[in-house]
Design a protein around this ligand. Structure first.
Ligand SMILES: Nc1ncnc2c1ncn2[C@@H]1O[C@H](COP(=O)(O)OP(=O)(O)O)[C@@H](O)[C@H]1O
Ligand SMILES: [Mg+2]
Length: 351
């Protein structure tokens, strides 16, 4: 399989300023990520809030510039393209956000919102715009009559369908979905995940699905990459990563998913600050298996197809099946502790 997207050694740091506006360090949002996404593949990026998923997604689309590393899309290094060449490439890559209000202008009707990329990238002649919009709306399960309505007249699920239609309008090759269903009711989430799955298959899309929810990922991903504090700690075929996780962090994430059949020792403590990430393996401060080596040197990822960055790889017991079902209260507690946002960092604005 040929790679459509190849990330190599990506680094992105955000400056942190003190109360007087002086530079006082940096958030290590993405710190040395290399990944490739094959044509037609669905890659899921998972990890707790604040681990750098959205930053990585924006780097992939060159919406922000990396401090180091390269992003190759269809063979071109996006970081080095001229502004004009990059604009032309934009039609091939689209972003779907968690909150469709962020991508839909409240002053545009649905028709205008979906037609805008058609016009911008000259996809169809003007006189075919209306028919093209109607076709896109029915593709995402919306009646074409809804084209004259405004975004605020829709439910959350419908609005996300409009955002998907808009993303599809330029006939992209790659779509990055950043938590595309996280803001929706659970019942609606399944419908939108199914829609995305159908579109990916029918249109041969390459899709990067960013999610903190492993339950969502399980239904559509071909491959899964697990991030912790700006780095990939495990990556491989979805089946292997989700049913035979090798990194203690992946095991802990999975153990916190209700109904998942694995058991892992609980993890103590908070996610360390990305302003001063721990030396050695970034996970060592919370890892129940950490040894001296883990505090000293950062483990490298092993070779593909199932890559893992852990000094103890091969020496840990296999992920044991869950012996007993956790009681509801305990499960909730684990979920909360694993998926809790680290909270705003002092002096660091959330985007
Ligand atoms: N524009 C920004 N300026 C400063 N810090 C940022 C910015 N964007 C993200 N960060 C910080 O970078 C880290 C990673 O953020 P993000 O990529 O949004 O993580 P995730 O999507 O996994 O929740 C967080 O500590 C966040 O506060
Ligand atoms: Mg995010």
């Amino acid at each position: 399989m040929t790679a459509l997207l190849e990330l190599d050694g990506l680094v992105k740091r955000f400056p942190v300023r003190d109360a007087l506006g002086r530079r006082a360090g940096a958030v290590h949002a993405v710190d040395g990520v290399s990944l490739s996404v094959a044509q037609g593949e669905v890659l899921a990026i998972v990890g707790e809030s604040g681990c750098g998923k959205s930053t990585l997604g924006r780097l992939m689309l060159n919406l922000i510039t990396p401090d180091a590393g390269s992003v190759r899309f269809g063979g071109d290094d996006l970081v080095k393209l001229s502004p004009a060449a990059l604009r032309a490439k934009r039609r091939d890559m689209q972003l779907i956000l968690q909150d469709p209000f962020a991508s839909l202008d409240p002053r545009m009707t649905v028709e205008q919102a979906v037609a805008e990329p058609l016009r911008l990238h000259r996809i169809v002649p003007r006189d075919q715009e209306r028919a093209e919009v109607a076709g896109l709306l029915s593709r995402v399960g919306l009646r074409p009559e809804l084209a004259r309505r405004w975004p605020h007249e829709f439910s959350g699920g419908q609005r996300q369908r409009v955002a998907i239609a808009r993303a599809l309008a330029s006939r992209p090759k790659l779509i990055v979905g950043d938590e595309p269903v996280s803001a929706l009711d659970v019942s609606v989430q399944a419908q939108v995940v199914n829609l995305l799955g159908d579109l990916i298959r029918d249109l041969g899309l390459t899709f990067v699905l960013i999610s903190h929810d492993l339950g969502v990922v399980r239904h559509v991903a071909d491959r899964v990459a697990v991030m912790y504090l700006g780095r990939i700690v495990e990556e491989g075929p979805a089946e292997a990563v989700l049913s035979a996780p090798r990194h203690p962090y992946t095991r802990a994430l999975l153990a916190a998913v209700p109904g998942h059949g694995t058991k892992a020792p609980p993890i103590d403590g908070d996610v360390p600050s990305p302003i001063a990430p721990p030396p050695g393996c970034r996970f060592h401060t919370r890892c129940p298996f950490a040894e001296a080596a883990c505090r000293e040197a950062a483990p490298a990822l092993t070779a593909p197809p199932h890559r893992v960055a852990c000094h103890l790889d091969g020496r840990l017991p296999p992920a044991a099946p869950r012996a007993e079902r956790l009681a509801g209260g305990e499960r909730l507690k684990r979920l909360q502790s694993f998926f809790r946002a680290p909270g705003p960092q002092p002096g660091v604005p959330r985007p």
